[in-house]
Design a protein around this ligand. Sequence first.
Ligand code: ZN
Length: 443
Amino acid sequence: MTQEETTRTVLIVGGAPYGEERADLLLVDGVMAALGVDATAHPAAADATRIDADGLIVLPGLVDLHTHLREPGREDAETVETGSAAAALGGFTAVFAMPNTDPTADTAGVVEQVYRLGRDVGLVDVHPIGAVTVGRRGERLAELAAMASSAAGVRVFSDDGECVSDPLLMRRALEYVKAFGGVIAQHAQEPRLTEGAQMHEGVVSARLGMTGWPAVAEEAIIARDCLLADHVDSRLHICHLSTAGSVDVVAAAKARGTRVTAEVTPHHLLLTDERAEGYDPVFKVNPPLRTDTDVQKLRSALADGTIDIVATDHAPHASQDKECEWDNASPGMLGLQTALSVVIATMVRPGLLDWRGVARVLSEAPARIGGLAGHGRPIAVGEPANLVLVDPDTSWTVSGVDLASLSANTPFEGMELPGRVVGTFLRGKQTVADGALLSVQVI
Ligand SMILES: [Zn+2]
């Protein structure tokens, strides 16, 4: 560490941890050194940089288990640097980068490259996810142990974008990662049931004449994989769970003790398949937007813990891949800078989650599932100073071109969303101040 980092002292004044009692917070050397009345009385407080957090809520830095940073290979859509900037502005201090890059992150070499790029940018901790199979082709297992023992220390593996549909490969992957405490994150999509699919299979797809992606294609894979995880006593994580039926499958598995966790995306908490009616490909995503019945069930499942976390599935696409006919457009949506506001709109404002709950689904649980020791920790003395300051009372209007991402494909364009990230701290170092990025010295 540099001298500058080891001596940094910050006093956050007037903020409310978890939206509860106000308590000043003293950050020294990247750690929370004192809390409440002890913070201002602490000898180090006199020389500290003071940050006014009056009226702001203090939460642990957010952790995204599902981000696409596009580097290496599609640096026209996003880079580790621009994605890290979007993440910090969205209140994140750690993100997990999906391996569907070019080359695929299926070797120790590629995951170490992404890990080092993230470290050099220094805005958030970038943890690469390793591919389950070579080239994500679903034919043979990638070098999982080599990625786990690399400098990147990979613990999460996924072929995201593709389903590990071969049950024997899935079984072997689940067995293999047990040796190093890993988890398989499944993109649950039965490929034969979704050939040519363009949107959710239902009344809207029938009306529009589009090929449908039936809910059962997700639910069948989740059911199978929960049984496989039971059979080999391993850990399974379900990416972007999107249907009411999937909630029932996961609830039943959890009730019998399956080691399964599940995520929901912000867009599946807010938007429905009716958005396809305008044929605007910004609403094309995989899994597709579902019905209002699904949306309501996803919200209640997130509130009751059946769904463990919110993960963004931040999927930047260059304009030529999105501004074309629906059938030819790439599926995916931006998510890092809008995630917290969408969770406030869909969960906090309706009373389904309090701020402790937000900390659980956007920080603590994703850090635990991903095996991060230094993130998702309580706001308490001695803990790493990974923090976000949130203004709960303001609102903002989303504009894709104003987001830090290199791409602009936000499905929330023009929408007014509640709550705003004001400040972000990574190990005591401020990355975002007054809602704007601070240039961070490379360490
Ligand atoms: Zn996926």
